[in-house]
Design a protein around this ligand. Structure first.
Ligand code: 6GU
Length: 219
């Protein structure tokens, strides 16, 4: 699978893309490509944004700049990029990311468009298949939302995580009926008088399974 992220701040992804599970995905043949809108702007002075028509605060990322960046990355008309992949605008106005949407987005190549300032010119709707938000609050830009989306989607790729059981049993997966995962404990068995439930130390696997299932139900 190929992931493309369009941003004015590619360096914001340096730490994230160096993480072990991303490198593991790359080793499996997946690709992560960052494109800086500014590197492809058709405007002079590396301009990428402009004042909003109708007035108001802030600046808006220009649609001609977004098109030029898409065309530079894919070598086809910007409107055609969505013909063979999901193209997502990250915006607080979008569909909220959840486990189901992450699974959907893992189904093929993916483009993430990050906005800054007041966002991207509304005509970006001609270029995208989806508008995605990571929650009911406003961030200063799409980069953190793009990383959250990449992270949730990358975990869905077959073989991307060394212990696949740890994905199936994760919180919010349909296998858990959308419920939260059971609680985890590790050593020490007792700390400041706070004890690990006895059953988990019993070595009785059937009892442990029952206890965990019960915890999931309670949550
Ligand atoms: Cl995707 N972008 C911004 N700017 N703010 C957000 C968001 C996205 N999702 C939640 N808040």
């Amino acid at each position: 699978m190929r992931f493309d992220v369009f941003t004015l701040f590619p360096e914001a992804f340096d730490w994230y893309l160096g993480q072990v599970h991303i490198r593991a995905a790359v080793d499996l043949g997946h690709e992560f490509v960052l494109t800086n809108y500014r590197d492809h702007t058709p405007l002079s002075h590396l301009q990428v944004d402009d004042a909003p028509f109708g007035g108001g605060a802030g600046m808006v990322l220009r649609i001609d700049v977004v098109c030029a960046a898409l065309e530079a990355a894919f070598g086809v008309d910007a409107e055609c990029v969505k013909d063979d992949r999901r193209v997502v605008e990250l915006t607080p106005k979008g569909r909220q990311l959840d486990d189901e949407l992450a699974t959907e987005l893992a189904g093929g190549d993916l483009v993430l468009l990050c906005g800054r300032y007041e966002g991207i010119d509304e005509r970006v709707t001609h270029l995208v298949t989806d508008r995605v938000s990571i929650g009911p609050y406003v961030l200063s830009g799409g980069e953190i939302a793009a990383m959250a989306t990449l992270d949730a989607v990358t975990r869905k790729l077959p073989g991307a995580i060394s212990n696949p059981d740890s994905v199936v049993s994760e919180s919010h997966a349909p296998e858990l009926d959308g419920g939260a995962e059971y609680p985890h404990y590790t050593r020490p068995a007792e700390f400041r008088g706070w004890e690990v439930p006895e059953v988990l130390r019993s070595g009785h696997h059937a009892a442990i399974e029952r206890w965990r299932a019960e915890q999931v139900r309670k949550r």
